[in-house]
Design a protein around this ligand. Structure first.
Ligand code: KG4
Ligand code: ZN
Length: 355
């Protein structure tokens, strides 16, 4: 049995979690997520403010996660005693470097002080593991769609640690498209949940945007068979929004935008599951909290007898439980990070194999 502390500070959530287990049999003992609401005032994440807020929050957030996990301690104060832990997993890429540095440095220091190893975790590999925390069957082999504010990745996953990158967005990430469209429609940041809510009141078919990079004559092997693009869709929304003069227009635009984006994501994911004969499709990233996407995907892949696994809203968004989970896998593989572990704004997901 491995007991691991996870730390996540890549963007605007300060999070810590404790997990225990081995292989795919892992139990979440605690999860604390502190969201930095301050960014709402600016309509987006301000990196310098994010770093400072992490600095203020990191110690109490980690202590709280340790306390809630109820791990035996010598009573000398939670973070002073990590003897019962085997390792600490920290997100070290990708993300805002200043924000990553806070969690990573704290994790490294804590590991060093307690004589246990630290393991740097790739944030997107964390997202890949999040559904498995709630669904025991959300384990490889599967097709994965990772849709967050910064990334949109379509992967085939024959086993943990082995990732075939099939497609990605060529411009805006899916979450980024939601956030930008929210701004165009006068909705607050982060926009995804607001656009989803407004779309529910929209009239289907009032507006229609073309499905970006989706055509029926695309064949496996074509460069755009799996790739995605959402910046053109955003421009189409901008033009429609200029001519909109009522709340009902705006709701129908939100609906048409979401329909278009969802259909593209669903079709590309369905193609990947069919090509690789996968019976499981796993979703991850903040946009995986979108019920319209999950339900549409579920309906589409059910025709091929495949099951869709999506994390709950709390675990779909940024959290340390998924980082601890990916770190636990890496720990069991014998991986340890050196004391020189650094933070990076971008980095390829580890374990990429040729498609
Ligand atoms: O994974 P995440 O929490 O952070 C990153 O790693 O980027 O994803 C955040 C993104 C934001 O763009 C947010 O608007 C989007 O996820 N999001 C949603 C929904 N909930 C969050 N997008 C669409 N529908 C939602 N319900
Ligand atoms: Zn994320």
């Amino acid at each position: 049995m491995t007991r691991i502390l996870g730390i996540e500070t890549s963007c605007d959530e300060t999070s810590a979690a404790v997990l225990e287990g081995s292989g795919n049999d892992v139990v979440q003992r605690s999860l604390v997520i502190l969201s930095q609401d301050i960014h709402k005032v600016f309509g987006g994440v301000v990196p310098e403010i994010a770093s400072r807020a992490h600095l203020t929050a990191i110690v109490p957030v980690v202590e709280r996660a340790l306390l809630e996990a109820d791990v035996p301690s010598d009573g000398s104060g939670a973070s002073a005693n990590l003897e019962a832990f085997d390792a600490i997993a920290v997100t070290n890429a990708p993300g805002l470097v200043g924000a990553l540095l806070v969690g990573m440095s704290y994790g490294k220091a804590l590991a060093f002080a307690n004589g246990i190893p630290v393991i740097g975790v790739h944030h997107m590999e964390g997202h890949l593991f999040s559904a498995s925390l709630e669904h025991p069957d959300a384990v490889p082999p599967f097709t994965a769609l990772l849709v967050s504010g910064g990334h949109t990745l379509l992967l085939d996953v024959p086993e943990w640690g082995s990732y075939r990158l099939l497609g990605a967005t060529r411009d805006d990430a899916a979450g980024e498209a939601f956030d930008k469209v929210a701004k165009l429609l006068g909705l607050p940041y982060p926009g995804g949940p607001h656009v989803e809510r407004l779309a529910r009141e929209g009239e289907s078919g009032r507006y229609r945007f073309t499905r970006p990079m989706l055509r029926s004559d695309q064949r496996p092997g074509d460069p755009d068979y799996y790739d995605m693009s959402f910046s053109g869709l955003k421009t189409a929304v901008l033009n429609a929004a200029r001519g909109a003069d009522s709340d009902s227009d705006r709701a129908s635009i939100a609906r048409a935008f979401q329909d278009s984006l969802v259909e593209t994501l669903v079709e590309k994911t369905w193609r990947a599951a069919r090509e690789y004969g996968r019976k499981r499709v796993v979703l991850g990233g903040g946009v995986a909290g979108n019920r319209t996407l999950v339900n549409a995907l579920r309906e589409r892949v059910a025709e091929g007898g495949a099951e869709v696994y999506a994390p709950s809203t709390r675990l779909a968004a940024d959290n340390a439980a998924m980082i601890a989970r990916a770190g636990l896998y890496r720990f069991e593989q014998g991986e340890r990070s050196a004391a020189a572990l650094n933070a990076y704004a971008s980095a390829p997901i580890p374990g990429l194999v040729a498609a």
